[in-house]
Design a protein around this ligand. Structure first.
Ligand code: CS2
Length: 492
């Protein structure tokens, strides 16, 4: 028996470890996925794995747009990996088989473009994170100065970016008379289908105006709301899972029991029956997307910046502090919920109650530092959209502005004890420079950061209700630290 998880060792795994209930040899490729990170492998790949038995035409070819880590780990495993679902009740393991092949895009652009242009491929899914769309986060339009976009317009056969690959593949399909695939974005962007369409259509227009019109008019880009908390896998996870399996899995994913996928049903070239795996098909995703981005992700980012500054390593650690729980409940109930417009039957009260329990899940080691990444790309849809709605209604933004202030304090790159923070953000250097020039003054820092138009747009920096609330909270964070600010918040 092999000492590695793969086709040969599958039959010898312990009972109780679920494995593909279909013959993988009969599976065809119907989906190409861009961005094969932990989230994809714990979400869309699992929904697909659930339905391959009924319909084997929807296997996945998955591409990494950057590193070869996933390829190196999954190649010797025949694409197989373990999904570990953890809660305080314990751990359930399952082997997922829906990924047929992994491509490392930077060294095999042709191979990836061939797979995308193949008529059998009818859907291209994406989880490339917010920054992978090379767009301006405040406006949702293509950033034409982005180095990858500049590169991809000059070298169309060897793209680097997701828009570059998708548009080149669509161009080839069109030339060959093959109908376009459906582009299914699964990232936490506002109106993600519309945003990806805008970015792709503009990129295509820059290649050739006619191609631009074709993408704008003919390429279906349904919106989705995706939800599952999937922290980065740790060495401890790998060891524990390997021990249970009796073979090594170099690339397992660890997640929570909860999972949700809401999708607009626009797939002219067909799609898997993901509803049989629990996905919900609707005509309008927006209410669900607002609910999730504002309640879950808005709370997550607020917890991440404040929790990190207060010295908490994980979200679950942060949630052991009752003052943080109070703050998040107040943020959700008082400031976010009034901005949501849910269809009849949606039960926000139980959704929020479940969210608090999900954040408290002690079995997930979701680092505040991980969620704090890429704040410049996340703030607009997680906090600032809600801020705009609240200001329009003349309502309080006391807690929302504390989240924004905590982000400002975090991106200075120096923590409350004077130690460096490893700030990961495409704008980190620019933000750091602005912070250094502000020299530790809350007022100067806030006003310098309000000037970053890509995040705050043109409107918010002009609204004193916003700038004053953020500056006051930032002053508190400097004077009292995050822990005391949160514990005093709402106490009087
Ligand atoms: C998190 C999300 O890392 C982050 O920014 O807020 O990845 C979050 O865990 C998922 O959106 C949950 O669905």
């Amino acid at each position: 028996m092999s000492d590695r998880l793969n086709e040969d060792s599958l039959a010898d795994l312990p009972e109780g470890v679920r494995r593909p209930a279909y013959d993988r040899r009969g599976v065809k490729t119907g989906i190409v996925h861009l961005g094969v990170g932990a989230f994809h492998r714990a979400h869309q790949a699992v929904y697909t794995d659930d339905v391959l038995g009924e319909d084997p035409q929807w296997g996945i070819v998955a591409a990494s747009l950057r590193s070869s880590d996933t390829y190196d780990a999954l190649q010797p495993q025949d694409g197989l990996y373990t999904l570990s679902v953890r809660s305080k009740e314990g751990e359930a393991l399952r082997i997922v088989g829906s990924i047929r092949r992994v491509i490392v895009a930077p060294r095999a652009a042709d191979d990836l473009l061939d797979a995308m242009a193949d008529p059998q491929t009818r859907i291209v899914t994406l989880t490339v994170t917010e920054k992978g769309y090379c767009h301006d986060p405040a406006t949702g339009t293509l950033n034409e100065d982005h180095p990858d976009i500049v590169h991809d317009l000059a070298y169309r056969r060897t793209p680097r970016s997701a828009p570059g690959f998708i548009v080149e593949a669509l161009r080839r399909r069109r030339l060959a008379g093959v109908p376009p695939f459906t582009v299914l974005t699964c990232d936490n962007l506002p109106s993600n289908g519309r945003t990806v369409k805008r970015v792709l259509a503009r990129f295509a227009e820059l290649v050739d105006p006619e191609l631009g019109r074709f993408v704008a008019n003919e390429v279906p880009c349904p919106s989705t709301m995706v939800d599952r908390i999937v922290p980065a896998t740790s060495d401890q996870d790998r060891e524990r899972i390997g021990e249970t399996l009796g073979v090594e899995d170099a690339w397992p994913v660890v997640t929570e029991p909860f999972t949700q996928w809401v999708i607009e049903d626009r797939f002219p070239q067909g799609r898997p029956a993901w509803e049989n795996a629990g996905a919900e098909f609707v005509t309008d995703v927006e209410p669900y997307e607002h609910m999730k981005l504002r309640l879950l992700n808005g709370s997550h980012s607020t917890l991440a910046y404040l929790g990190y500054l207060a010295g908490y390593e994980t979200v679950a650690d942060t949630m052991t502090d009752p003052a943080f729980v109070r703050l998040i409940e107040g943020l959700m109930d008082e400031e976010v919920t009034p901005t949501l417009h849910m269809p009849p039957g949606a039960d926000l009260t139980s959704y929020k109650r479940a969210l608090i329990e999900r954040f408290k899940n002690p079995a997930l080691k979701h680092r505040t530092w991980q969620i704090a990444m890429d704040g410049s790309q996340k703030l607009p849809q997680r906090l600032l959209g809600t801020v705009r709605d609240r200001l329009r209604d003349g309502a309080s933004i006391a807690r929302l502005s504390l989240g924004v202030a905590a982000w400002m304090r975090y991106v200075t790159g120096i923590d409350e004890k004077g130690a460096p923070i490893d700030v990961r953000d495409p704008m980190a250097a620019r933000l750091r420079e602005l912070a250094d020039r502000a020299g530790g003054s809350a007022e100067r820092l806030a006003s310098a950061l309000f000037g970053v138009r890509e995040i705050f747009g043109d409107d918010l920096p002009k609204d004193p209700r916003f700038t004053e609330a953020v500056t006051e909270n930032l002053t508190r964070l400097y004077e009292k630290g995050a822990k005391r600010t949160v514990s005093e918040f709402g106490a009087d």
